[in-house]
Design a protein around this ligand. Structure first.
Ligand SMILES: NC(=O)c1ccc[n+]([C@@H]2O[C@H](COP(=O)([O-])OP(=O)(O)OC[C@H]3O[C@@H](n4cnc5c(N)ncnc54)[C@H](O)[C@@H]3O)[C@@H](O)[C@H]2O)c1
Length: 263
């Protein structure tokens, strides 16, 4: 990791089950999604990146290709089932299969308390952060069941403990419940479903959350026992491990990767 936080590490582990496989990552235009898409590419998987932010999403695909990987950018608002379905169909048409999915796209909540939160804002957050994961899984599962594979949903520390931001907290708790329930439904198949619950990670979302000021950043760093924010690549590492054969006995797990924040 460089001082500016850029991840220039070579993968610490070379997994054997990613070559010739296809990964689908939502919210890949930025932050954790981009880092995860790059990590899949470095392990030899073809990567389909999906996001509403078309230009940055295309840039993620180009970064993967610059490193010698195979990638395709698709524009997709995961609140719309027809767009998610089309993105998965494009994935299978282009690469012939789907093996791994990381349902990562999400939006944060402002400072509003529950009684101050507009109904529409509740819907925007829950539609993106919870319903979007459901819609994605609904379309991904039939494709992955063909050959087996794994799904990793991105929840949050706000998915396992209380968080001032009730729509976000409810949605992220919902992602953990959805993950555990679906994991059991497919336990007897070759599809494993897990979640990752990140702590405070240095991304655009965190910039918006902290106002991108020194004081704002320090306030959230003070919540981290390790005394720093996480790097998106450190979350990607957990996603890749959960998709790898090394995690073959792991399902329905909500893996906390948070520098000790919720310990
Ligand atoms: N950064 C953190 O500290 C942190 C902590 C815990 C959990 N998370 C979760 O990790 C995930 C990624 O967050 P990040 O920090 O990388 O954020 P980010 O804002 O950098 O990236 C989120 C991406 O999701 C995309 N997106 C938003 N709505 C979408 C929609 N309707 N359809 C398609 N794409 C959409 C955005 O365009 C963006 O590219 C989110 O689910 C977030 O809740 C982040």
């Amino acid at each position: 990791m460089t001082e500016d936080g850029e991840d220039r590490r070579q993968p610490a582990v070379a997994y054997r089950n990613f070559d010739d496989k296809v990964a689908f990552v939502t919210g890949a235009a930025s932050g954790i999604g981009r880092a995860t898409a790059l990590a899949f590419g470095r392990q030899g998987a073809s990567v389909v990146v999906a996001d509403v932010a078309e230009d940055d999403n295309r840039e993620t695909a180009e970064l993967i290709e610059d490193e010698g990987g195979r990638a395709l950018a698709v524009s997709c608002d995961l609140r719309k089932s027809e767009e998610v379905q089309a993105a998965i169909e494009t994935t299978v048409d282009e690469f012939g299969r789907l093996d791994f999915a990381c349902n990562n796209a999400g939006v944060e909540q402002g400072p509003e308390k529950t009684h101050e939160l507009d109904d529409d804002e509740w819907d925007r957050i829950v539609d993106t952060d919870l319903r979007g994961v459901f819609l994605s899984m609904k379309c991904e599962i039939p494709a992955i069941l063909d050959g087996g594979g794994a799904i990793v949903n991105i929840s949050s520390g706000a998915g396992i403990s209380g968080f001032p931001g009730s729509a976000y907290g409810a949605a992220k708790h919902g992602v953990v419940g959805l993950t555990r329930s679906a994991a059991l439904e497919y336990a007897e198949t070759d599809l494993r479903i897990n979640a990752v619950c990140p702590g405070i990670v240095d991304t655009s979302m965190m910039d918006r959350f902290t106002g991108d000021t020194e004081e704002g950043r320090q306030e959230v760093i003070d919540q981290e026992p390790v005394g720093r924010m996480g790097n998106p690549a450190e979350i990607a590492d957990a996603v890749l491990w959960l998709c790898s054969d090394a995690a073959s006995f792991v399902l329905g797990h909500a893996m906390v990767v948070d520098g000790g924040q919720t310990v």
